[in-house]
Design a protein around this ligand. Sequence first.
Ligand SMILES: *Cc1c(COP(=O)(O)O)cnc(C)c1O
Length: 395
Amino acid sequence: MADQGFLKQKPGFATIAIHVGQDPDKWNSAAVVPPIVTSTTFKQPAPAEHTGFEYGRSGNPTRNTLEECLAALDGGKYGLTFASGLGATTSIVGLLSKGDHIISTDDVYGGTNRLFRQVVERFGIEISFLDFTKPELIDKSIRKTTKMIWIETPTNPNLKVADIAEISKKVKSHNKDIMVVVDNTFLTSYLQRPLEHGADMVVYSLTKYMNGHSDVIMGAAILNDSEIEKKLRFLQNAMGIVPSPIDCYLVNRSLKTLALRMEQHKKSSLLVAEWLLKQPKVVEIYHPGLPSHPQYDIACKQMSGHSGVFSFRHSGGLKESRKFLSSLKVFTLAESLGGYESLAELPSVMTHASVPAAQREELGITDSLLRLSVGLEDTEDLIADLDQAFAAAFQ
Ligand SMILES: *Cc1c(COP(=O)(O)O)cnc(C)c1O
């Protein structure tokens, strides 16, 4: 398969994933696989003297191992992990104060939308929502109090792609202290590294592709600025939204196959999308790997490919969507994405049900829009499954 015109993959990624932070010599046992350190407290040689660890909330050897590896994968200096993706977001927003202003992607992840509108605003922080595929709108939206730009790209479920370099440049021309944060959950550091395009911070729901096995809820932030790192490290401990050492072990282990997994997600999702293009009941496909995607040029400029998540619209309505989804046998009808198993869902009544109806309509999230997360099963089986579900839904 050709590289589809995407940014060339940076050499050395898989080596970093396997080795950075994993030096056996840092453990007394010289363990090749990092041990799971569950101890919540650490012995001190003398009062108020410690050997790097005091208490499990403020630091843990297994967590540090994972954080170091995550930072290196994004080409960042610092990595911090949190109890969930939204826990990372909560902690990052904790860097702001009453009266500050955030500009966020308009079709931002539903949970981020809920956190911003129903929690963060109550603390006196103002939030504007913007379509970042139109960067010219930024000039009018920036205020004296703007402190943070929250970009998600590609978005969900419409897979809109925002130009990270252009937005960062524009924002910094107004005020270089405004922090540009990119939620990189949909692509992972294997397919997109926002710090290399001018962003200040990358945020992850590690729950999705980074862990990739649908068995851990965790989040992360990656950044280069040492002052902000100190503040965020303080908040990680002060707010206490930290992950468990066992979960850190699992995510650290999953990173070892990240490159392989993403390559396969990329290949399989394109094959499935190309098959869907030929189906008479399919009206539109929203997939950043298809040249028909409205921001394909931007995608090629900043991404080294696309993941396994995309959406399509069919010619039926709610009845056909329900029948289609309940007929699937290899795809599982479920929320979430990014695991080895293929998932399918109906955003209008599932992941995006909490988005107000008017906004849903504006974003085109109708009952005929289905979202797929193409997993790592054999593509022939996935396509056969979709084929029989179409037959059942449109008989
Ligand atoms: C899932 C998700 C989140 C939230 O992460 P959790 O780990 O579920 O808290 C944030 N952003 C995006 C894009 C997501 O898909």
